[in-house]
Design a protein around this ligand. Structure first.
Ligand code: RB5
Length: 147
């Protein structure tokens, strides 16, 4: 299991917390930045994590901005990215079961450290239900139609 994690300044503190938590749980990760709390642009970090995940270098990604909104919009511009903005265990679980999300987006200003841990555990413990594949295929079809 290998995880790509990245954030802007709005998600920096939650990212730093999750890095410690991932390490304590023996989950390997690479940090794509930001490297500090100074103001940066969330599309840069969403893009880099999404590209690394889509290339198959990681099992999944975690991206964090202030709300999770901007960075998930940016990540989803990368072909093959399915970034899900989730806010509790139920949405985390469904993001895997129904949407085969390969990236979880969180809000550093909206999600507590403890809730974020619960979300990641729920996502990792869930299994994609392949009966949803025709819908996932339609998402891929849209990508082809738009290129
Ligand atoms: C940055 O101030 C903030 O806009 C960003 O972290 C995020 O919340 C955008 O969606």
């Amino acid at each position: 299991m290998r995880i790509a994690i990245g954030s802007d300044h709005g998600g920096y503190l939650l990212k730093e917390h999750l890095k410690k938590w991932l390490g304590q749980n023996k989950l390997a990760f690479d940090d794509f930045g930001a490297d500090g709390p100074a103001s940066v642009d969330y599309p840069d970090f969403g893009k880099h994590v999404a590209r690394a995940v889509v290339k198959g270098q990681y099992d999944f990604g975690i991206i964090i901005c202030g709300t999770g909104i901007g960075i998930s919009i940016a990540a989803n511009k990368v072909k093959g990215a399915r970034a899900a903005l989730v806010y509790d265990e139920e949405t985390a679980c469904l993001a895997k079961q129904h949407n085969n999300a390969n990236i979880i987006a969180l809000g550093g200003r909206t999600t507590s450290n403890e809730r974020a841990e619960q979300i990641i555990k729920a996502y990792m413990n869930a299994t994609y239900e392949s009966r949803h594949q025709p819908r996932i295929q339609k998402i891929s079809d849209i990508e082809e139609e738009e290129t």
